[in-house]
Design a binder for this molecule. Structure first.
Ligand code: ADP
Length: 320
């Protein structure tokens, strides 16, 4: 099986075979202190660095009214090939078409001589992956809140014919009120004809659905996001992804054979365990729908707090 197109960014993951960075031949963007578009109508002050991904750097910026935003910067030198351009345009087209309280809002897209910029809603509290590192694992009430918000965003994407294809804790950002915001549409696909199947092998090893890896003739569709949602739920309540092992080939074998366990030292409810098992069904057609997931006893018979306090970044909240 060829390696997926997107590398695992999450530090504790096993090393994958090294893939060339998409911009390995180009220097990373270093945008000016004042970022302007060609017309000079848009102006942002660069005030901080937020992170970097496969081919972009993300900065914190401020608009003339003082509103803080995130700005994703891609150098034009990394867009020399038609393929790279097509990929970026697809990401922009898909992301800007989506408007949902649990999806990172896409504000504007513009360029100067050197770079392409995307201004985005700022998520100042990092990702659920950063928070998991501090917390080790989450309580079930917290996990229900994160899951309900994620599933809401995912349902919205699917009704707008978008498959995200890279749902993972590192792409789930948090706003100042601890709301989940799905980001990074770099691997998202638009289903333009009903019944259309996607064939590109992509995703992140730990979160990749079995049909992406092993049913390449038939292709995959929306259910790959449902699979990732199952991996995410397991990771939230257990503290590490279900199929994780030392090398990527072994991860793929475990995904193929559906081999994972619930460690005895991390007691989780039987409802949580049952729901995870239902979602991680190898046959995509047999996987529960998003509606069936939120109707599961894990959600129906458990408390769903109305909000998560911000101290939960560092210690487990006590919902009583
Ligand atoms: P890539 O598509 O290149 O993987 P990402 O969109 O994942 O890039 O962004 C890379 C990093 O930048 C993220 O891991 C995160 O640390 C930071 N980041 C991205 N978007 C935001 C945002 N809206 N608010 C705050 N930080 C962000």
């Amino acid at each position: 099986t060829p390696p997926p197109k997107h590398q695992e960014k999450e530090k504790r993951q096993p090393h994958s075979p090294p893939l060339p960075r998409q911009n390995s031949k180009t220097t990373p963007p270093s945008p000016p202190k004042v970022i302007c578009d060609y017309t000079g109508k848009l102006q942002f002050n660069r005030i901080g660095f937020l992170g970097e991904g496969g081919f972009a750097r993300v900065y914190e910026v401020q608009d003339p009214r003082g509103t803080r935003l995130a700005c994703k910067v891609v150098t034009k030198t990394s867009l020399k090939t038609k393929k790279a351009k097509t990929k970026l345009y697809a990401e922009i087209k898909i992301h800007r078409s989506l408007e949902h309280p649990n999806i990172v809002r896409f504000q504007e897209c513009f360029e100067d001589e050197d770079n392409v910029y995307m201004s985005l809603e700022l998520c100042p509290s990092g990702s659920l992956m950063d928070m998991l590192r501090r917390r080790r694992r989450f309580t079930e009430p917290e996990s229900r809140v994160f899951m309900v918000q994620l599933i809401g965003a995912c349902h919205y994407m699917h009704t707008h014919q978008v498959i995200h294809r890279d749902l993972k804790l590192g792409n789930l950002f948090l706003d100042a009120d601890m709301n989940v915001k799905v980001g990074d549409f770099g691997l998202a696909a638009l289903i333009e004809n009903p019944g259309e199947r996607k064939k590109t092998i992509c995703g992140t090893p730990n979160y990749i659905a079995p049909e992406v890896l092993f049913d390449t003739a038939n292709g995959h569709s929306f259910e790959v996001d449902t699979w990732s949602i199952g991996v995410i739920l397991y990771t939230l309540v257990i503290g590490r992804p279900p199929f994780q092992t030392k090398d990527v080939k072994a991860i793929y074998q475990r995904i193929r054979d559906n081999v994972y366990e619930f460690p005895a030292d991390r007691a989780i409810s039987s409802n949580a365990q049952h729901l995870i098992q239902q979602i991680l069904t190898p046959d995509p057609q047999m996987r529960p729908t998003l509606h069936e997931i939120v109707d599961h006893p894990f959600f129906i018979h458990g408390t769903v707090p109305s909000a998560i306090p911000s101290y939960a970044h560092d210690r487990a909240p006590d919902f009583r």
